[in-house]
Design a protein around this ligand. Structure first.
Ligand code: PMP
Ligand code: GLU
Length: 401
């Protein structure tokens, strides 16, 4: 047989999804496992959203819709962008997709010629690199510093710039680091993008998950017309409204990009599930009380998990300001052994933690951070307490105080 596509074979499995699936399977087998795996809210979707979906189904809203989504939803999203982000969009600039992941895929398909480069600050959410490569682009990974809260600086961007650079990607609040860019940091990046004629892909999916007074989310697209025109804002309901399984994401961009993305999606996937779209109208037109209530819980968990983790020897971390991840540097453990088994990197440590301590964490090599693990605290306080007890015991027992 002729060989199948080399480009396709280079695509790696999503380890966040596979590790999480494995943890769920182990739990289903009755193993007492604590999972700090995927960033998947443990809350159920709010009732009023579920009710809207039930009404849509019972009312026969079960046919195809326009590929980019129903006007009612695209208008509701445009209104949300105005209210929350100070951004003015006509509904025709909004493309509704099967999750933000799909919106990102459409974005890279729309922007990139073969060999075009996209600058990604590392650590980064693992799917960006894969999606860029699927679209024929090249992900240019730029390492950020622990001491700068893992945020990219303009001088780092300048060094990464080449004639092939087409776009840069900003994810704030950030997965996996929990960092949040300040307004002035984003303004500097916006100026750099405008000056160098770059597109900006702005992944704002964790926008609502910010926990401290004085820390605010800013959309880079809001700093004037020039940056607005060249930014593709990505967002969705998976995190903010506890709707990961419903698959609802969107992009907001200039009309040309929105049109191209709609055409691509019209062949690849058609519309997002019609019922989900009606549920999303309910989510985006409701007040934010359900989001705020979940955030109160996330903040308690963030405070608890961080307070526990800083007391554990040999590991270090920054306090996450947003999203729902604790990002832990385990490099001090590398080169050591557990029961004779070597710990060379976070992957080894995660495997040993699963085996010995029955705790599932995400090793971050696929996030561009070999010596880090990520803990999602989108899980109940009981599980977090149990999981942190186990991690502390595992580390102290095997590596000492
Ligand atoms: N962006 C980031 C940074 C993420 O962590 C995720 C994880 N789900 C997504 C996008 C995609 O979300 P979804 O496809 O569920 O909307
Ligand atoms: N984005 C979440 C995570 O990073 C969910 C899994 C995925 O889509 O990668 O864990």
């Amino acid at each position: 047989m002729k060989p199948i596509s080399e480009k396709a074979k280079r695509v790696r499995e999503s380890s966040t999804l596979s590790i999480t699936a494995k943890a769920k399977q182990m739990k289903a087998q009755g193993i007492d496992l604590v999972s700090f795996g995927a960033g998947e809210p443990d809350f159920n979707t709010p009732d009023f959203i579920i009710d809207a979906a039930v009404s849509a189904m019972k009312g026969g809203f079960t046919k195809y819709t326009p590929a980019a989504g129903i006007e009612e939803l695209r208008k509701a999203i445009a209104q949300k962008l105005k209210n929350d982000n100070g951004l003015e969009y006509d509904f025709k600039q909004i493309v509704v997709s099967n999750g933000a992941k799909h919106s990102l895929s459409n974005t890279f398909m729309a922007l990139l010629e073969e060999g075009d480069e996209v600058i990604i600050p590392a650590p980064y959410w693992l799917s960006y690199k894969q999606l860029i490569e699927i679209a024929g682009g090249v992900a240019v990974i730029v390492d950020t510093d622990f001491d700068n809260d893992f945020k990219i600086t303009v001088s780092q961007l300048e060094k990464a710039l080449t004639p092939k650079t087409k776009a840069l990607l900003i994810n704030t609040p950030n997965n996996p680091t929990g960092s949040v860019y300040s307004e002035s940091e984003l303004r500097d990046i916006a100026n750099f993008a405008v000056k160098n004629d770059l597109y900006v892909v702005s992944d704002e999916i964790y926008e609502c998950l910010i926990y401290d007074e004085g820390v605010k989310h800013h959309s880079i697209a809001s700093f004037g017309k020039e940056i607005y025109d060249r930014t593709i804002v990505i967002n969705g309901l998976s995190k903010s409204h506890a709707m990961p399984g419903w698959r609802l994401g969107f992009s907001a961009s200039n009309l040309e990009i929105a049109g191209v993305m709609t055409n691509i999606q019209s062949h690849q996937a058609s519309n997002t599930n019609s019922i989900t779209q009606k549920a999303a109208v309910a989510a985006y037109t409701h007040d934010r009380s359900c989001v705020d209530a979940m955030n109160v819980e996330y903040k308690k968990r963030r405070d608890y998990i961080y307070d526990r983790a800083v007391k554990i020897p040999h590991i270090r971390m920054r306090k996450p300001l947003g999203a729902f991840y604790l990002f832990i540097d385990i490099s001090a453990l590398c080169g050591k052994t557990v029961n004779g088994k070597p710990v060379n990197n976070a992957g080894d440590l995660a495997a040993l933690m699963l085996e010995e301590a029955k705790v599932s964490v995400i090793p971050c090599a696929d996030f561009g951070a070999d010596n880090y693990i990520r803990l999602s605290y989108a899980t109940s306080m009981n599980e977090i307490e149990k999981g942190m007890d186990r991690i502390e015991t595992f580390i102290v027992k095997n590596f000492g105080r």
